[in-house]
Ligand binder design. Structure first.
Ligand code: SF4
Length: 617
């Protein structure tokens, strides 16, 4: 304490009073304890302030961030307002752009996030966020700054652009994204810029959206279609690229296909109930007209071939690429946190082109898996909460009516979610069929839950929940990959949890090659070299498998090559390679299949010869 410390001495006399002796004049006074306490606190404050001044760290007043009152985005602003969005791959985003533009919006996906986005996110956002937050938040600010750099006034940017993003209430940091966007926008001088939320759980946050962005069934169907088309085109291109004979051809054709699907989506006009009868219905029974139109839109989605034909066109184009399926490539399944495993940017060290350059065949996770997961989690939650209602007591045994109503609610919810899941899978399969059934089918969520739950409680939500662990087991056990690469953002809570569980998984499945990589804004070289080492191991595994399978067939590689050369259809992506149990690699499975066809041909040839000889007698 400094020389300003009290010189008074005190002794307790009676409760509530302190015997306070003034050292200077010897007078004794009784001061209430509360008053004395205040004096001490005051002197402490003064002393703290003095010390802070001395070392130059004076306390400043903090203004806490509060969610600003957002200006509405209204219908009349649509013609001059650009809707920004991002966070997926450019293939998804371009097709989604077509879909949203087709509904009459000006729409623009953000460019890919890069390291500068990350730095900007760190500069303007809160400390201690997860890696995707920095990248995505910084990417929006960076784009707005680039608009300003092109000469647009800040106010024009704030007035004429909005950003639409997914949101949730957590439980991980995803629940904070909206606040992070707003904070970074305010700190970077774009206060008042509108961020609209598309809620992940429980549908759409209509309250925040007004009529400017009409999140109706057309919008919803367009989003699902766009994401499915992006998923499927990515999947099929990943199966072709490692085997393409002419380097770069897959990406060139893929670009053509994405542009084509963009046009298909843009040209698609939403179904409308029209005609004389419809006019009467709209005038007399608008409720019925509305329901009929809704059903019309829904049925057209389920039974129209408009999009299916678009994908067929893509398949024909992709099928012009020449492939050599005898190249031995390790299959690398990429899993991890949703954004980190999806983005094609610095956000995951540009891992996909790196794997490609290193000679791996990539199996990505479609966005559709996430949609199926949400539907399945909805069913689990309905089962867990059966008979319960928030804020209400459970009915007594004799309140039969109440119990029956709750049971009916449960049955209805479960039936709706089951139906939604079935329709979604049916749509996905219909679109897969248009691409020759080459893209992988969606993995059954119950199966993922079954294998993942013993290691990671399926009710622990946030991030990918039990999926990270489950996919590792599923893909390794079903002979679908040689290694699993899990991309985990720095600071990701759910991924950190599942990392702990993965240790148990690896100790039970000894043959698994599993590598978790923490993604952050820096450390590319380290991350790449770790992946390279795991890939090296996977390559050895793949080559050994290929040699074993070739030996089992009793054929030489030259025999197989000669047979394939004589069958041009085997040089095309449309050729479907059958999967043999216990064999993972594409080349190894292909050799098995070709050898079986050769055997069948030879048997057929011998039979024909015998038939000819028999015919002579
Ligand atoms: S899952 Fe992880 S990385 Fe993704 S938002 Fe949540 S905490 Fe962040």
């Amino acid at each position: 304490m400094s020389n300003t410390a009290p010189s008074a001495e005190r002794t307790e006399t009676s409760p509530g009073e302190t015997h306070h002796q003034n050292g200077r004049n010897g007078h004794t006074a009784f001061i209430p304890v509360s008053q004395l306490e205040e004096m001490i606190q005051q002197q402490l404050r003064e002393e703290r302030a003095r010390l802070e001044r001395e070392v130059g760290i004076e306390e400043t007043t903090h203004t806490h961030f509060r969610r600003p009152e957002e200006r509405h985005f209204t219908k009349d602003q649509r013609p001059h307002t650009t809707v920004l969005f991002g966070g997926l791959t450019w293939k998804h985003e371009r097709i989604l752009q077509g879909s949203i533009a087709g509904l009459g919006y000006k729409v623009m996906p953000l460019p890919n996030a890069d390291k500068q986005s990350f730095q900007i996110g760190k500069e303007y956002g809160n400390n201690g966020q997860c890696n995707p937050t920095y990248f995505t938040v910084g990417n929006l600010v960076k784009y707005l700054q680039s608009l300003e750099g092109q000469g647009l006034a800040k106010q024009d940017i704030v007035d004429n652009y909005i950003y639409v993003t997914a949101g949730a209430c957590g439980p991980c940091r995803f629940g904070m994204y909206e606040a992070e966007y707003r904070l970074a926008l305010r700190n970077s001088g774009f206060d008042g810029f509108r961020v609209l939320l598309f809620q992940q759980g429980g549908g759409l946050d209509q309250a925040g959206l007004e009529a400017g962005l009409d999140l109706n069934i057309d919008f919803f169907i367009g989003m699902l279609n766009g994401m499915n088309f992006g998923d499927l085109l990515l999947d099929i291109s990943d199966q072709i690229r490692p085997f393409e004979v002419k380097q770069g051809e897959t990406d060139r054709v893929l670009r053509e296909c994405v542009e084509y699907m963009y046009e298909v989506m843009k040209a698609r006009q939403p179904y409308k109930l029209e005609g004389k009868l419809a006019d009467v219905m709209w005038a007399k029974t608008p409720g019925l007209a509305n329901t009929t139109e809704f059903l019309g839109k829904f049925l057209r989605q389920l039974f129209s071939d408009h999009f299916v034909d678009g994908l067929r066109w893509c398949f024909d184009r992709l099928n012009t690429i020449e492939v050599d399926y005898l190249r031995v490539k390790p299959i690398c399944k990429v899993t991890g946190e949703f954004w980190a495993q999806t983005t094609e940017s610095d956000g995951n060290f540009n891992m996909f082109p790196f794997l490609d350059r290193e000679g791996a065949q990539i199996v990505r996770e479609p966005v559709a898996t996430w949609t199926s997961y949400l539907l399945n989690q909805g069913k689990n939650e309905a089962r867990d909460r059966r008979g319960l209602r928030e804020g209400e007591e459970r009915p007594h045994w004799y309140e039969v009516g109440k119990q029956a109503r709750r049971e009916l609610d449960f049955v209805k919810k479960l039936a709706m979610l089951t139906l939604a899941g079935k329709i979604y899978n049916r749509e996905y399969d219909r679109l897969r069929a248009a691409l020759g059934n080459k893209p992988h089918a969606l993995v059954n969520q119950l199966e993922l839950l079954r294998v993942g739950h013993p290691y990671y409680n399926s009710r622990a939500e946030g991030g990918e929940g039990h999926l990270e662990v489950a996919k590792n087991i599923y893909y390794s056990n079903k002979d679908l990959c040689h290694m699993v690469l899990s991309l985990k953002p720095f600071g990701c809570m759910p991924s950190t949890q599942s990392d702990g569980a993965q240790s148990a998984v690896i100790s039970h499945f000894k043959d698994m090659i599993y590598i978790p990589i923490e993604t952050s804004g820096e450390g590319d070289v380290n991350a790449h070299s770790r992946v390279q080492m795991a890939l090296g191991e996977a390559k050895v595994k793949t080559k050994n498998e290929f040699t074993r399978v070739l030996q089992e067939t009793g054929r030489t590689l030259d025999d197989i090559r000669a047979y394939v050369a004589a069958h041009p259809e085997m040089h095309r992506p449309a050729w479907k390679i059958s999967h043999t149990k216990g064999v993972v690699g594409t080349a190894a499975n292909f050799v098995k299949q070709v050898a079986a066809l050769m055997d069948a041909d030879e048997k057929g040839g011998r039979l024909r010869k015998l038939q000819k000889v028999a015919a002579m007698f």
